[in-house]
Design a binder for this molecule. Structure first.
Ligand code: XIL
Length: 441
C-alpha cells in the first residue's frame, strides 16, 4: 500500500510498514485464502481502499452487490453492474470471488417480500433467481454462500420467506439449484454465532450431516465470525474441526472484532490477539480453507451503523493505516516484522506461600501489561532441587523429570491486557526449595 508522494517511502506514516509482505503472499504460503468484503463504488472511487483490496487479499466477497435487492430491484429488471465490476476487479488482481448470497431472509427486494406470492410461486421464483444469478457467474465464483443465516440462536429454523413457504427442505433445494447453475462453485451454508460449539452450531452441524447423508450438494460451511472484543469462542478450533471431520471445507467468511468506542491501545492489543486466535484456529485445521474480513477499514465497517457505540472492528484504521490486528494476522500467517506490544511481554512470578518439613504451597501469577494479553496461556519451569509437584488448583499441571508445565483451567485461559491470572499448587521438597524462573507464553 504505497501512498507514495515525491518523497517516496519517507512520506509514509511509521505505522504503515510499507515493506511488509502482503497478507495475500503469507496466506498463499500457508495454503489458505485471505479475503475481504468490498463495495464497487469504493473500488472505483477510493484509491487507498482499492490499493489495499487489490494487493493484500486473494479473495473478495461483494459486500452487498450480489444480494437479491441489489441484482433484481424490480421484478425481471436486473442490475449486475456492481457485481460485474467486483468480479472484473478480482480477475484483474488474480483473486477469487466468494458469491454472497443467493438465499437470505434479509436484503430482499420489496416486490418479493410484499408480493403476496403463494408457496408454489415462491419456490419457482427462488429456483429462477438461483439459476439466473449463479448461472450468470458460472465458472467465475470460487464459492457461493448459497443460504445465509437459516437458524435462530436456539438452533431452530429461522422464520423467513423461504422457510415459511417451503419448510426446511428449501435448503437442500437451493443447493441443488445452485449446483445445476454452476457445477464448479463450492457450495456453502453461512451463518453467525456458529463459530463456537453451541446450540446454533449444533443445528448447523446436524443439518449439514443430514444433507450429506441425503446426497445434497454441500461443500462447506461459512462461519461469519462477527466477534465482540475478547470473545472469540474457546471452542472455535474444535468446532472447525468437527465440520472438517464431516468432509466439509470450512471458511471464516466475515471476520471482524468490534469494541466499544473509543478504541484504546489496550483494546487494540486485545483485538490483535483475537484476530490472531482466529487465524491460528483456521491454520490448525487442514480443511479450514480461508479467512475473509468484513470490510477493509474502520471507515468502511458496517458495525457502527448496526451496533451503536461499537466500532473499530477491522484490520485498518479509518485512515487506512494497518492496526495491531493487521500485524497480528501477518504474524500468525508466518510473517515477520511485527511491532512489539507497547507495554512489553506478559510475565509470571512464582512465590512460596507456605513451607513446612517436606512440603510447601506456592502460587504463580501471570500478569500482562497494558497492550499485551494472552489466550490459552502456558506456564513452565524447572524444579532444579528435586522438588515434586503434587497437586495444583486453578490450572492443570504436569511434571516430567524436573520440567513442570501448566495450562489453564476452563475458566482462566485469557489474561487480559493489564490483568492477571493466578494458580497454586502443593509440592514436596528436601534440602532446599529455591524459586524457579517461570516462562509464560
Ligand atoms: C451487511 C453489509 O456489510 C452492510 O453494508 C449492509 O447494510 C447490511 O449487510 N451478515 C452477512 C452480511 O451475511 O451480508 C452482512 O452485511 C453482515 C452480516
Amino acid at each position: 500500500m504505497c501512498v507514495c508522494t515525491a518523497l517516496g517511502a519517507l512520506a509514509l506514516p511509521s505505522t504503515a510498514h510499507a515493506a511488509d509482505t502482503p497478507l495475500r503472499d503469507l496466506a498463499a504460503a500457508k495454503g489458505i485464502h485471505i479475503g475481504n468484503a468490498v463495495a464497487g463504488y469504493k473500488l472505483s472511487g477510493n484509491a487507498q481502499y482499492a490499493a489495499i483490496a487489490g494487493t493484500q487479499f486473494t479473495s473478495l466477497t461483494p459486500e452487498n452487490a450480489m444480494k437479491w435487492s441489489s441484482v433484481e430491484p424490480a421484478r425481471g429488471s436486473y442490475n449486475w453492474a456492481e457485481a460485474d465490476q467486483i468480479v472484473a476487479f478480482a480477475q484483474e488482481h488474480d483473486q477469487q470471488v466468494r458469491g454472497h448470497t443467493l438465499v437470505w431472509h434479509s436484503q430482499n427486494p420489496g416486490w418479493l417480500t410484499s408480493g403476496g406470492f403463494s408457496a408454489a410461486e415462491l419456490r419457482a421464483i427462488l429456483e429462477r433467481h438461483i439459476a439466473t444469478e449463479a448461472g450468470r457467474y458460472r465458472g467465475k465464483i470460487a464459492a457461493w454462500d448459497v443460504v445465509n443465516e437459516m437458524f435462530n440462536e436456539d438452533g431452530t429454523y429461522r422464520s423467513s420467506l423461504w422457510y415459511n413457504a417451503m419448510g426446511p427442505g428449501y435448503v437442500a433445494d437451493a443447493l441443488r439449484w445452485a449446483r445445476q447453475a454452476d457445477p464448479n462453485a463450492k457450495l456453502y451454508l453461512n451463518d453467525y454465532n456458529v463459530e463456537g460449539i453451541n446450540a446454533k452450531s449444533d443445528a448447523l452441524y446436524n443439518l449439514v450431516r443430514s444433507l450429506k447423508a441425503q446426497g445434497a450438494p454441500i461443500d462447506g460451511v461459512g462461519l461469519q465470525a462477527h466477534f465482540v472484543l475478547g470473545q472469540v469462542p474457546s471452542t472455535l478450533q474444535a468446532n472447525i474441526q468437527r465440520f472438517a471431520d464431516l468432509g466439509l471445507d470450512v471458511a471464516i467468511t466475515e471476520l471482524d472484532v468490534r469494541m466499544q468506542l473509543p478504541a484504546t491501545d489496550a483494546k487494540l492489543a486485545q483485538q490483535a490477539a483475537d484476530y490472531s486466535a482466529v487465524v491460528k484456529a483456521c491454520l490448525a485445521v487442514g480443511r479450514c480453507v480461508g479467512i475473509t474480513g468484513w470490510d477493509i477499514s474502520d471507515a468502511d465497517s458496517w458495525v457502527p451503523d448496526v451496533f451503536p457505540g461499537y466500532g473499530a472492528a477491522t484490520m485498518y484504521d479509518a485512515n487506512y493505516r494497518p492496526k495491531p490486528a493487521y500485524h497480528a494476522v501477518a504474524t500468525a500467517l508466518g510473517g515477520g516484522g511485527t511491532t512489539p506490544p507497547p507495554g512489553g511481554a506478559c510475565t509470571a512470578t512464582y512465590a512460596v506461600a507456605n513451607q513446612w518439613g517436606g512440603g510447601f504451597t506456592a502460587n504463580v501469577t501471570i500478569t500482562c501489561p497494558p497492550g499485551s494479553s494472552l489466550t490459552n496461556w502456558q506456564a513452565a519451569w524447572d524444579f532444579g532441587a528435586g522438588q515434586r509437584l503434587t497437586q495444583a488448583w486453578n490450572a492443570g499441571c504436569r511434571q516430567e523429570g524436573t520440567r513442570v508445565t501448566c495450562s489453564p483451567a476452563s475458566w482462566n485461559g485469557s489474561v487480559p491486557s493489564g490483568g492477571s491470572v493466578s494458580f497454586g499448587f502443593n509440592g514436596t521438597w528436601s534440602g532446599s526449595n529455591p524459586v524457579p524462573a517461570v516462562t509464560v507464553s
